[in-house]
Design a protein around this ligand. Structure first.
Ligand code: GTP
Ligand code: MG
Length: 273
């Protein structure tokens, strides 16, 4: 391990709307990294996960059972998720101790599909503090199907910005499941992410009216802060983009074995904190 405090590997939180491909990314990235002899410590923070396919070094389901929380506190599934998050946060120091005792170069955290659960609850902020705020970053996954329409695309830009703003961590956007898009669609979406004026035209063509005005005003505001989403395509099926995930982490946190050589790819649009 190079260039970082060996007691505390950096942490990447994988965030995105339900079904965006978070768990698959953790699985695929862990598998991909093994070939580079980079040890990824996978963490499951989603108590609602049916099953995970990665080797979780810490799994919130070992600590908390969502069905037990529902029964014990007489809560519905969403209330139980919130309480579960708070219960984990209450044990955050133990969780951090456990994670920091593990050998590995990067902690990758799978979060629940209810984005607001991770972004809006104090529990997450607390966990981030305990794991080390200056050692943490976010990968935000755009859903490919939602990204096909200009309004869907802008909605995800806003959501990603809200998550970034709320948690105050460096955030990089990835276009998930890129293998599901044909080349034309992929090119179109990537162009929107680079050139907001083209996205603006597409928005006018799509809807017009007040909704479009709203979206365009939001876009202009982002433009003012030179915030283009800068999407990088990713596929857990084909492993495209896995190198970009690692490069993002390396650019922020330095070192991590020799994986950098030969896998450098640009992350020019990545947002700084
Ligand atoms: N073709 C393709 N399918 C994918 C990819 N990544 C995920 N999927 C599929 O998308 C579905 C959802 O993937 P998950 O990884 O469970 O998504 P998630 O964000 O963890 O979902 P929740 O935890 O329920 O919010 C599954 O059927 C996956 O097989 C990908 O890169 N390519
Ligand atoms: Mg999942």
């Amino acid at each position: 391990m190079v260039g970082m405090d060996s007691s505390a590997p950096p942490v990447i939180f994988v965030v995105g709307t339900a079904g965006a491909g978070k768990s698959s990314l953790v699985t695929s990235f862990q598998r991909w990294s093994r070939f580079l002899e980079t040890e990824i410590i996978a963490v499951n923070l989603d108590p609602g996960a049916e099953r995970v396919h990665y080797d979780a070094e810490f799994d919130v389901r070992d600590v908390i059972s969502l069905t037990e929380v529902m029964t014990e506190y007489d809560l519905g599934p969403n209330g139980a998720q919130i309480l579960a998050a708070d219960l984990v946060a209450a044990q955050a120091l133990d969780v951090a101790d456990e994670l920091h005792s593990l050998a590995g170069e990067l902690i990758v955290v799978d979060t629940p599909g209810q984005v607001e659960l991770f972004a809006f609850r104090e529990a997450s902020s607390h966990l981030i503090e305990v794991l080390g705020r200056d050692q943490s970053a976010i990968i935000y996954l755009f859903d490919p199907m939602l990204s096909r329409s200009p309004s869907g695309f802008v909605s995800q830009m806003l959501l990603s910005s809200i998550v970034e703003f709320r948690l105050g961590l460096p955030t990089k956007n990835f276009l998930s499941k890129a293998d599901l898009l044909d080349q034309d669609e992929l090119d179109k979406i990537l162009e929107w992410s680079e050139r907001l004026e083209i996205l603006e035209m597409a928005l006018y063509d799509e809807a017009g009216g007040q909704r479009t005005e709203f979206a365009i005003n939001q876009l202009r505001m982002m433009q003012q802060f030179s915030q283009t989403p800068g999407l990088t395509p990713l596929s857990s099926e084909t492993e495209d983009g896995m190198a970009d995930v690692l490069t993002f982490a390396q650019a922020l946190f330095g070192g991590m074995s020799d994986a950098r050589d030969g896998f450098a790819s640009d992350i020019e649009h990545e947002k700084d904190q």
